[in-house]
Design a binder for this molecule. Structure first.
Ligand SMILES: NC(=O)c1ccc[n+]([C@@H]2O[C@H](COP(=O)([O-])OP(=O)(O)OC[C@H]3O[C@@H](n4cnc5c(N)ncnc54)[C@H](OP(=O)(O)O)[C@@H]3O)[C@@H](O)[C@H]2O)c1
Length: 254
């Protein structure tokens, strides 16, 4: 049987969702080959250690700018496992938040542009650039890691903190892009394109501000291992094309 090839972005941090999704994808099936994309391969020591012991993991350098994405595409396209099978799925996990405390009345353009770069433009460029390899793959799956904070209907309500304005705006813009991509190629080319909120996870994104088990209202933070495993499980399970879902597979309002 041929390999199933997945590419996961932002997978260098052992206490992050991406790294733990890579570990879970490798464990899920011996057929899975995972390409872990990171900005700084030399600094991704834990990931490199796994790659040395497991030939089903390949680490590639990729940031969010177009030149870097194109360079990574050329490297990935030349891998024997990709030449044979294309790529089955993209788990677009990389993301950034700089605006935890910044409200709508305070937000500034440089912060907004930095969050758009990491949360919107980067994932958009990766999806566009890698489409030719996805078209060669069997599963044709794109998972955009969004956030419930990107829901326009819920903006600033409920368990959502009052800050995170630029973050919410950039994830909302990403949702819009991936919903459009779904309408363009979802049905006509049998692509599965999902906007995915991974739950609330105690990673370094929140700058040590929370730990697993902490609550904000009804929301309970889980460990990076749990967040990565459920991202991998939902990604593998597929379905929900054209939808915005959470880690339980439930629909979220756009
Ligand atoms: N944690 C949560 O509760 C939560 C909730 C909802 C949604 N999410 C989303 O889930 C995803 C993973 O979050 P996390 O908590 O695991 O975050 P994290 O630990 O902060 O990891 C973020 C990853 O994204 C990479 N990254 C950031 N900016 C990038 C850029 N411009 N180009 C390429 N890579 C970039 C980082 O690379 P470096 O190490 O090189 O900086 C890192 O690998 C993100 O998209 C996040 O928005 C998280």
């Amino acid at each position: 049987m041929s390999s199933i090839v997945y590419l996961v972005t932002g997978s260098n941090r052992p206490d992050g969702v991406g790294f733990n999704a890579v570990v879970a994808l490798l464990a899920q099936s011996l057929l899975n080959h995972v390409i872990a994309a990171v900005r700084n391969p030399a600094g991704a020591e834990e990931l490199q250690k796994i790659a040395q012991e497991n030939e089903r993991l390949t680490v590639v350098k990729m940031a969010s700018d177009l030149e870097s994405v194109k360079t990574a595409f050329n490297e990935v396209a030349g891998l024997p496992v990709v030449r044979e099978n294309g790529i089955d799925g993209l788990l677009l996990n990389a993301g950034v938040t700089l605006s935890g405390e910044i409200t709508a009345s305070q937000i500034d353009t440089p912060t907004l542009l930095a969050e758009l770069e990491g949360n919107t433009f980067g994932p958009m460029r990766v999806a566009q650039t890698f489409l030719p390899l996805l078209r060669l793959g069997k599963q044709k799956k794109i998972f955009y890691t969004s956030s419930v904070i990107g829901s326009t209907e819920l903006a600033g309500e409920g368990a959502q903190p009052g800050g995170f304005t630029a973050y919410g705006l950039s994830k909302s813009a990403g949702n819009h892009f991936f919903k459009r991509l779904y309408n363009e190629i979802g049905k006509s080319e049998s692509f599965t394109i999902v906007c995915y909120h991974p739950g609330y996870i105690a990673t370094s994104m929140l700058k040590g501000g929370v730990k697993a088990g902490d609550r904000i209202g009804d929301v309970v933070f889980v460990t990076p291992e749990q967040g990565g495993k459920s991202a991998a499980d939902n990604f593998i399970a597929g379905g929900h094309s054209g939808e915005f879902i959470n880690e339980e597979g439930k629909n979220l309002p756009w």
